[in-house]
Design a protein around this ligand. Structure first.
Ligand code: FES
Ligand code: FES
Length: 186
């Protein structure tokens, strides 16, 4: 019969380990964030959100709940919106990560940034970067066939200041601008 390790034998030797560190060795990681290649050495358990905020100092992506419930940490990976708090940084190697810091052109805000300002679509602003990145994804996915659909597909992004009506107006403005311009991308 194959021996089964006792609980004692299965325990790794954690003596000498820094408090708060895991016993798993760090890994080298290359991320492409806002078109810039960034090299990191991190624990494999680090989320994309913590890698962005704490290692790369891109603090525009916010940590609200850290549990996938508020949408404040929304970023784009290869153009699709994801929750950075539920995504491991190591899973993003070889992919393009876009954060709020990467959407404006030099000297010119992204249309959604401009529309949010014009429609006063924020109060405290904590949810705003997530709202804007999610709106970029939502428009790209084509979920703008109706007001109901847009609201449904933006419903993962919570706003404690309840700026929802103005957020939706801002998004519709950009959709309308694109329609006039015949542009499907934002
Ligand atoms: S911080 Fe990621 S969903 Fe709330
Ligand atoms: S503007 Fe304050 S949480 Fe949305």
């Amino acid at each position: 019969m194959v021996g089964i390790a006792t609980p004692e034998a299965a325990q790794p030797d954690l003596s000498g380990l820094e408090p708060g560190r895991s016993a798993i060795p760090d890994v080298a990681l290359v991320l492409t964030v806002n078109s810039r290649v960034r090299e990191l050495t991190i624990e494999p358990r680090v989320t994309l959100l913590d890698a962005l905020r704490d290692r790369l100092h891109l603090t525009g992506t916010k940590k609200g709940c850290d549990h996938g419930q508020c949408g404040a940490c929304t970023v784009l990976i290869d153009g699709r919106r994801v929750l950075a708090c539920l995504t491991l940084a190591v899973a993003c190697e070889g992919k393009n990560v876009t954060t709020i810091e990467g959407i404006a052109e030099p000297g010119s805000l992204h249309p959604l940034q401009r529309a949010f300002i014009e429609h006063d679509a924020l109060q405290c602003g904590f949810c705003t970067s997530g709202q804007i990145l999610s709106a970029i994804g939502c428009i790209g996915e084509g979920h703008t066939q109706s007001d109901t659909e847009l609201r449904e597909f933006m419903s993962g992004n919570l706003c404690r200041c309840a700026a929802y009506p103005n957020i939706i107006r801002a998004i519709w403005q950009v959709v309308a601008e694109q329609t006039v311009a015949g542009d499907a991308s934002v």
